[in-house]
Write a protein that binds this ligand. Structure first.
Ligand code: OAD
Length: 234
């Protein structure tokens, strides 16, 4: 791949699937037996905070049982060895990219291992449950911490950084995402508009598949290491 210097990579649930973390869009439209409106909206949280805390406490606890897979490891290697600009934008709220060693990483949909205090508006690293109304480590308020997850209707993190990186990108790669959720689903359009080459790696064609220059279908654990080898040897 000639003349590539700046790369933006978007990852979704498909990157973590081979580590044993469930993807979002199952055929029944439910997310681990819950309606998205109940567990991934501010309204759902206002209605039943205990249910939402239990839901994310279980996902956070699950992180202790899973490990990065070859796709995370390959992206960490790209991060370590790529001499140009690189931004890995993940929609995933797990910590598998960073545990594999990725550093140039942006969690646009938040992180399970972060808690947001609604009293003082500060974020704190968080590894345990939130369901027992712990005190905020910053302001000491009790019962005010919520999962630091971007829910539907909320603004994703880092959009200005992402937009700048997309505008400068020579290559945009989308990995393991269904292309169902905006703004991430629109990144391919921005990248194309700015003349980047665009590649999708996914188990099946995503909803935006036709917008990519190239679509490689298969498992992320196989496709991503191959692409990284290609990029680093070019
Ligand atoms: P989805 O569950 O919508 O899509 C996952 C995609 O990964 C699907 O297209 C699968 O075919 C593909 N896939 C599954 N296993 C794979 C594998 N081993 N290798 C490669 N691809 C595989 O997940 P996302 O697109 O990440 O938002 O979902 C986007 C957002 O919707 C999430 O970040 C979340 C959710 O609501 C928030 O929580 C705000």
């Amino acid at each position: 791949m000639a003349a590539i210097r700046n790369i933006v990579i978007l990852t979704g649930a498909g990157v973590s699937a081979e580590s044993g973390i469930a993807t979002f869009r199952a055929a029944d439209g439910l997310w681990e037996d819950h309606r998205v409106e109940d567990v991934a909206t501010p309204e759902g949280f206002a209605r039943d905070p205990a249910l939402v805390q239990r839901f994310y406490d279980a996902r956070r606890a699950r992180l202790k049982e899973v490990v990065p897979n070859p796709a995370h490891e390959a992206l960490a290697r790209l991060d370590a060895e790529w001499p140009g600009e690189l931004l890995i934008v993940t929609q995933n709220v797990d910590d598998l990219h960073e545990r594999a060693g990725a550093r140039r990483l942006l969690h646009m949909h938040g992180e399970l291992k972060s808690a947001w205090c609604l009293a003082c508006d500060k974020r704190s690293p968080w590894s345990e449950g939130l369901g027992h109304a712990p005190a905020c480590p910053r302001c000491d308020a009790r019962g005010q911490l919520r999962p630091d997850i971007v829910w539907f209707g909320e603004m994703p993190y880092g959009m200005a950084t992402i937009d700048r990186a997309l505008m400068d990108a020579d290559l945009f790669v989308s990995i393991g995402t269904s292309g169902a959720v905006y703004p991430a689903a629109g990144f391919v359009q921005t990248a194309r508009y700015c003349d980047a080459r665009t590649i999708e790696l996914n188990l099946e064609p995503s909803q935006g598949s036709a917008s990519f220059d190239e679509s490689r279908l298969g498992r992320a654990g196989e496709l991503v290491p191959a692409l990284v080898d290609e990029l680093l040897s070019a």
